[in-house]
Design a protein around this ligand. Structure first.
Ligand SMILES: Cc1ncc(COP(=O)(O)O)c(C=O)c1O
Length: 390
């Protein structure tokens, strides 16, 4: 007997790090002190104000009811307040904002709401898996553009062949970028808005790392570009900003038609984010600057310790001004997957091989700053031994 299976499922790429939990468990069971720098999942606590707000909100039976796509009006208003305070962007909380069960589902669902067979989505390679997954599940065509150091890890917005260009209906950008840690200035977003206008495509900006920034750097929102709201939608997340990955809370903001399309699709697949979690989100966003700056300072200390230790261990490292990652060339031309496997098996360090996020990531590996400085230093030494032992 053969059970049904969608061909779309078979077109999905392998999910990175899928076998790492098993390997890590086996190594730990064998007594190895594993340092896991694989996933961008902070080891630190969420804001106490959010925890207290969740506790209180859970006690209110009204919060146990279906949230629907409207969700908690106060959360929409808190989002609008954040967008105004942080970026100087005024949005209508009810037409231009949508609460999400983490930004990942929103990003993947948006492709399914907007695209169909024959449509092309221009995506960064390497890039967050939900971009490609969403486009494939929409039966549309991902057009992967390598992010390379010589282009400052940006997607060149020209040079597409005409047959592809005429079918572009979506451009996905992500700055500050995971995994390359690259930045993009507002002028780049201006060109992207202009290109999307020309193509008749939606500009999707993933801003998951907007607040995880150092040395005074404040990345812009794509919505700061004049006229961006004609074509753009931006995704935000409480996951990285507030160490709330497991709470599953984010939002989409931007063009009302795009927001409505996403909301309509989601009406058929989910019933919204637990209202108590949205209440906690209101509390987190109320103190977006004070608490966030303190939290980011912890990541800055880790970044500095890690950059120094990796350089001492012989790696070539750029100092990122944003994200919780270092994006490091694999020494000696070894394939990134092979290096990552040796790192885990020989030295008990989990890193993300660049190729796991797309072939454009080959030649690099990523570490997440999700351990205290002394562990990052230890990991750098161990990885130095891995590099030297080939
Ligand atoms: C670039 C990027 N976008 C989006 C997300 C998804 O975040 P969440 O679904 O937790 O909001 C992540 C998480 O790792 C990410 O790295």
């Amino acid at each position: 007997m053969s059970l049904p299976r969608s061909p779309r499922l078979d077109r999905l790429p392998g999910y990175p790090l899928a076998d790492v939990p098993r390997l890590r468990r086996e190594l730990r069971a064998a007594g190895v002190d594993v340092i896991d720098l694989g996933a961008g999942d902070a080891d630190l606590a969420p804001p106490p104000a959010a925890v207290a707000a969740l506790r209180e909100a859970v006690g209110d039976p009204a919060h146990s009811r279906y949230p629907f796509q409207l969700g908690l009006p106060a959360f929409r208003e808190a989002v609008a307040g954040f967008m105004a305070r942080r970026f100087g962007v005024e949005v209508d909380p009810f037409q231009e904002v949508l609460p999400l069960i983490g930004s990942k589902e929103g990003i993947a669902h948006l492709a399914q709401a907007l695209l169909g067979p024959g449509d092309v989505a221009v995506l960064p390679d390497p890039g967050y898996q939900a971009y490609r997954g969403g486009v494939i599940l929409a039966d549309a065509e991902p057009h992967l553009v390598p992010l390379r150091p010589e282009n400052e890890f940006r997607i060149p917005l020209d040079g597409f062949d005409p047959a592809t260009e005429s079918r572009i209906r979506m451009l996905v950008l992500n700055y500050p970028n995971n995994p390359t840690t690259a930045e993009a200035p507002l002028e780049y977003f201006e060109s992207a808005v202009e290109s999307c206008r020309r193509w008749g495509g939606a500009l999707v900006h993933d801003h998951a790392y907007s607040e995880v920034t150092f040395d005074g750097y404040r990345p812009p929102s794509v919505l700061q570009v004049e006229g961006a709201r004609d074509v753009a939608i931006e995704f935000h997340s409480l996951s990285k900003t507030f160490n709330m990955t497991g709470w599953r809370l984010g939002w989409a903001v931007g063009n009302a038609e795009l927001v409505a399309a996403l909301s309509r699709l989601k009406t058929f697949v989910d019933t919204g984010v637990f209202l108590a979690v949205q209440a906690a989100g209101v509390a987190a966003l109320a103190d977006d600057d004070g608490w966030v700056r303190g939290n980011v300072e912890i990541f800055r200390e880790r970044r500095d310790a890690a950059v120094e230790a990796f350089r001492e261990a012989g790696f070539e490292v750029r100092v990122p001004r944003a994200t919780m990652y270092l994006w490091i060339p694999v020494p000696g031309g070894e394939a990134s997957e092979a290096f990552a496997r040796r790192a885990l098996v020989d030295e008990g360090v989990v890193v993300l091989p660049g190729a796991a996020l797309g072939t454009g990531g080959e030649g690099f590996f990523r570490i997440a700053l999700t351990s205290p400085p002394e562990r990052l230093v230890d990991a750098a030494r161990r990885l130095g031994r891995v590099a030297a032992s080939r």
